[in-house]
Design a protein around this ligand. Structure first.
Ligand code: ZN
Length: 428
């Protein structure tokens, strides 16, 4: 199938952050065959099966949610008002013990539904029952990087074994990649973390981990090891493999230096950090230091949604108040965080994350006729501050339009809602 989008304002998020105000994109099957200024000759030569006039729309790369626990849509609102420790120990972990593979599958489908409706085309997940999440991913057509959470609570060895099995099972899958995951330093022993590092090295995978999310985590680590979490993980060799560090709220200047020197990718999750009162991550400082910073929603139970457009807005505001600098985290930087930086963190930037020839056609369309998209010439600011998910009127993944006008292709929302609420009645 060959498709052309014409007359679009295209933000590519490529190396030069190229923008084509009257642009076109040619899509050949799953890939981008051309992106640039309108070119009638090229358009005729391409002989597309479908031509879409995108006048009045912006096309940007699909958003990449670089940190989530997809199936935690099931626990949205559950335990609201508690800080992280009590929220996990008293509410979430006991409820998670009751989860069946079917619950995780239904929760994942609800999560993917939210993502397709709000312009997300790829996500990095940390959870369990990977096969059931993968089934939801395959059925709904989204791109994903999945990681089995490994922690020393209720059977470390089994969790690590499942992590390895998933690596082997999804090797060469066209839409799913797998990485390893260490839940946190406080849910793992040093020996356990060393085993996870060895696994990542053996299978040439990254490690997905939460780092320095709360003051308590950082204080306990200093008490126990006389080091910050970043210093401790650096000393045990975790950063000798590629790492994606979610949160990184409480960092010293030395931590930031280590994260930069060791090329650790940081994922900013401002909504979750606010909701659990964890603090405000020093994102502008990390960016100034040259750290690759991506954006994520965290699980829907600490957000309470998986809406990356809203997360971009909150990130843009958060950095300004954290640094008392209205110039912090400009519009271009926030768009990169939500797209190409996420792809780099997930090591899939050769495949997706920007609109460039040869990459997968993962893109979204933003309606610029909406009152929230005015004035049109302020489109970069509008993307960061004023548009909402309803302006994401089309989501395409691997050349296939999966959401158009707020409707997901071949999908029964009523049925999913019913199954989803039945799960919740049993779980919490
Ligand atoms: Zn998380």
């Amino acid at each position: 199938m060959k498709m052309i989008f014409i007359n679009a304002l295209i933000i590519t998020a490529d190396e030069n952050f190229s923008i084509y105000e009257n642009g076109m994109i040619l899509i050949d099957d799953t890939k981008i065959a051309f992106v640039g200024d309108m070119n009638i000759k090229r358009q005729i030569e391409f002989a597309a099966d479908e031509v879409i006039d995108a006048k009045g729309n912006i096309i940007i790369p699909g958003l990449i949610n670089a940190h989530t626990h997809l199936s935690m849509t099931l626990f949205s609102g559950y335990g609201s008002g508690l800080p992280l420790k009590e929220w996990l120990e008293d509410k979430i972990w006991p409820a998670e013990e009751k989860l069946t593979p079917q619950d995780v599958y239904i929760g994942a489908k609800m999560g993917i539904t939210q993502m397709l409706l709000s312009g997300t085309t790829c996500f990095l997940d940390m959870y369990y029952f990977i096969d059931d999440i993968a089934k939801a991913v395959e059925e709904m057509g989204i791109r994903a990087v999945l990681s089995r959470a490994v922690l020393d609570v209720g059977g470390f060895d089994l969790k690590l074994k499942e992590s390895i099995e998933s690596i082997e099972k999804y090797e060469n899958h066209n839409m799913i990649d797998i990485m390893t995951a260490a839940h946190t330093i406080y849910t793992n022993t040093t020996q356990g973390l060393l085993e996870i590092i060895d696994t990542a090295k053996k299978y040439n995978k990254s490690i997905n981990i939460h780092i320095s999310e709360t003051k308590l985590e950082t204080a306990n680590c200093i008490k126990k090891y006389k080091k910050t979490p970043v210093e401790y993980l650096n000393d045990i060799g975790m950063f000798d493999v590629p790492v994606i560090a979610a949160h990184c709220v409480h960092l010293s200047d030395n931590d930031i230096k280590i994260l930069h020197d060791k090329k650790v990718n940081v994922v900013h999750n401002p909504s979750s950090n606010f909701k659990l009162a964890s603090g405000i991550a020093p994102i502008q400082k990390l960016i100034d230091a040259g750290v690759n910073v991506a954006l994520g929603t965290d699980g829907a139970s600490s957000n309470n949604n998986l809406d990356m457009i809203e997360e971009m807005h909150i990130a843009a505001l958060t950095a300004k108040i954290e640094s008392c600098n209205p110039a912090a985290l400009d519009a271009e930087t926030v768009i990169k965080m939500a797209t190409i930086n996420g792809a780099k963190a997930l090591k899939i930037d050769k495949k997706t994350g920007s609109l460039e020839i040869g990459k997968q056609a993962d893109l979204i369309m933003i309606d610029t006729d909406s009152p929230f998209s005015q004035p049109k010439r302020e489109y970069l600011n509008n993307l960061d501050y004023s548009i909402e998910r309803r302006e994401a009127t089309m989501t395409m993944i691997a050349g296939e339009i999966l959401q158009s006008g707020g409707i997901i292709k071949d999908f029964d929302l009523e049925n999913l809602n019913e199954q989803f609420n039945n799960c919740i009645d049993r779980l919490c």
